[in-house]
Design a protein. Sequence first.
Length: 171
Amino acid sequence: MPLPGDDLIDRPAFDATHGVDLPVPPEQVWPWIVQMGSGRGGWYSYDFIDNGGVPSARRILPEHQRLAVGDVVPALPGRTDMFLVHRVTPARDLALVVPDGDQTQATWTVALRSSENGCRLLVRCRVGYLAVPIGRRRLAVPRWLLRLFMTVGHAVMQRKQLEGLRQRVTG
């Protein structure tokens, strides 16, 4: 199914969707989603990798319950330019982008969909390209290498994050 942000990358080098069924309504999951980010609630994954060793939140943080289009959601400790909020629809969608000038390098969308027994949490990551700084220049990572790295790395981190969210919302 199409998710917000899909239209920002025409030919992704990497495209993955993961999901988990949760026994609670979207409104109970949303506070955990909206507070995600380094220096915020964390990412609920392997904190030593993506949160500078700081444990992800185990409670709802009132100071991180608001996001608006254009807000920065730091992906890593000390970074202020990684994710920008592209779309936010409370208790439904949070679409983040990694901008690069007038292009989008990547999108990461979290979607909550009601179900009979609670909700389905979907997470989609799409990467169009990756350019790494080498001195004063930026070199594009070959698509095959990007796919290989993202397929393994994203699957491991995303699985841990979904499990971390499940633990938090089910208490």
